[in-house]
Ligand binder design. Structure first.
Ligand code: ATP
Length: 234
C-alpha cells in the first residue's frame, strides 16, 4: 500500500476544471516532483491533496485512509504538512514562534526546534527576528522548518524556489535529503526540470490539468519530458 494514493482526481474553480483525472502514488520515503508550465495545475493538485479544494471526482488516500473530507487540522494530525507557495509566515511573530506554531502535541518525533536549527543554521542568529525582517531565503527556511515541526510523514512543498537567488535555492534544496532521511515522503512542485529530476525518485509532468508524462526521474527521457512540459508531444 502506498503512503499517498491519488486516484482519478478532478477539481477546479467554479465551472473551470483545473485538474482532470490525475492519478499518482508515493511510497513511504519517496520524493515525487510535480513539474509543468505556468497554469498546468501543480498548485491546484497540492491544494486538492491537502483538502483545501474539494475534489469533483476521484479520491485521495493517505496510509490507506480516505482523506477526501478531512480538515487541514486533521491532516496535520495524521502526518501531512504543507509548505505553501509564498511561505505565509506570521509577520509579527519571531522566527522561533513561527516554528513553534508548527508543532503538534501528538506528533512528536525527530524534528524539534534544535533539529530545525541544525538543518538551517542560518536561522539561529535570526531566532528573535520577526517574519518580515527576514530575507526571502530565510523565510523559506522558516516555512519548511515550521512544516517539519509537526513531524510529517508526507511533506507537500509548493515552488520553494520561487523568487529566490540560485545560490539560496541550492542551499534550501540541500536540506531535502536530510528530510527524506527521516523516512518522510515529499511531493514537491518545481518549475525547473533539472532541479526536479535531481531531487526526486519519480516525476509527474502536468499539462492543462492532466498527467502528460510520468516516470522514474533517473530514467525518464529528458526530451520527452521537455516536450510534455511545453505540450509539444500532444
Ligand atoms: P503556476 O506555476 O503559475 O503557479 P500551476 O501549475 O501551479 O501554475 P495552478 O495555479 O494550479 O497552476 O492553476 C491551474 C489553473 O487554474 C490555471 O488556469 C489558473 O488560472 C486556474 N486557477 C488557479 N487558481 C484559481 C482560482 N482561485 N480561481 C480560478 N481559477 C484559478
Amino acid at each position: 500500500m502506498a503512503l499517498l494514493e491519488v486516484e482519478n482526481l478532478s477539481a477546479g474553480y467554479g465551472l473551470f476544471q483545473a485538474l482532470r483525472g490525475i492519478s499518482l502514488r508515493a511510497e513511504e520515503g519517496e520524493t515525487l516532483a510535480i513539474v509543468g508550465a505556468n497554469g498546468a495545475g501543480k498548485t491546484t493538485l497540492l491544494r486538492a491533496i491537502c483538502g483545501a479544494l474539494p475534489a469533483q471526482e476521484g479520491h485521495v488516500a493517505f496510509d490507506g485512509i480516505s482523506i477526501d473530507t478531512k480538515s487541514a487540522d486533521q491532516l496535520t494530525r495524521l502526518g501531512i504538512s504543507m509548505v505553501p507557495e509564498g511561505r505565509r509566515l506570521f509577520p509579527s511573530l519571531t522566527v522561533e514562534d513561527n516554528l513553534i506554531i508548527g508543532s503538534y502535541p501528538n506528533r512528536k518525533g525527530f524534528w524539534t526546534l534544535d533539529k530545525v536549527y541544525e538543518l538551517f543554521p542560518e536561522l539561529v542568529k535570526r531566532r528573535a527576528n520577526r517574519g518580515l525582517d527576514l530575507s526571502g531565503g530565510e523565510q523559506q527556511m522558516v516555512a519548511i522548518g515550521r512544516a517539519l515541526m509537526a513531524n510529517p510523514r508526507l511533506l507537500l512543498m509548493d515552488e520553494i524556489s520561487l523568487g529566490l537567488a540560485p545560490i539560496v535555492v541550492n542551499q534550501i534544496y540541500k536540506s531535502l535529503p536530510d528530510i527524506s532521511a527521516q523516512g518522510t515522503s515529499i511531493v514537491i512542485v518545481e518549475q525547473d526540470l533539472n532541479r526536479a529530476l535531481s531531487v526526486s525518485d519519480h516525476v509527474y509532468c502536468l499539462l492543462e490539468g492532466h498527467v502528460e508524462l510520468s516516470g522514474l526521474s533517473a530514467q525518464i527521457d529528458r526530451q520527452a519530458l521537455i516536450d510534455a512540459y511545453f505540450g509539444a508531444a500532444s
